[in-house]
Design a protein around this ligand. Sequence first.
Ligand SMILES: [Fe+2]
Length: 256
Amino acid sequence: MLHRAQATIDRPQGWRDYVVPQRWEEFTDDDHAVWDLLFARQVELLGTRVVTPFLDGIDLLRLSHPGVPDLGELNAILEPRTGWRTVAVTGLVPDEIFFAMLSERVFPVGNFIRRREQLDYLEEPDCFHDLFGHIPMLANHDYAEMIEHVGRLGGAAIAAGEGHRVARIYWHSVEFGLALEEGDLKILGAGLASSFGEAHFSLESDSVDRLPFSVPRAVRTDYRNDVFQPLYLVSESVEATVGEILATSAEELLAI
Ligand SMILES: [Fe+2]
């Protein structure tokens, strides 16, 4: 997810200043057990309710391997495949840092995992959200290219004082988007794929609105990050949304 700055900085920072060692060896047995519990529960919950490239990514990246993933081992598979790699961060990074990372095919992953008492409540995304929710789709070549493009659009939009335009595109596709796949409504976004409560809700609730995704509609649609979404945008297909976002230039985005 992307949001607010949390670091107090006294000199200009690049994204590399936010990278920390993952210190995988410091995850406890209970941390690994929490990952295993979350992973097993979410895979069962999702079944085939999530888009196919997501399920392919779980397999390709061997995310079903027990325990919190070691980012070095994960990158050894991911980077040769699509040029993306993960880095550890301590929490949410400022939007300009986040988009700068994306533009260089670097995905930030929290260096912590929720506690057992907090399985369904998170103040900010932990490594289960980041790794289970986001990383499978980065094994897909077209989606990988799209996210890099979102990073470039984000940098341009922030420079123009219009960062919210890209934040909304990201929110309504990469985080909380739905997508049609051979006529079936599926989960696309990482925020849904990694959520125990909202995954089924997004597909099945009859108290929410679902409207077709388009870049202009996403840009004009605000969102809430503290409650289940009252509105989901539905991609005609993953490929269609990837194509539409890739075809959007910064100039076009700022003219919406
Ligand atoms: Fe996220």
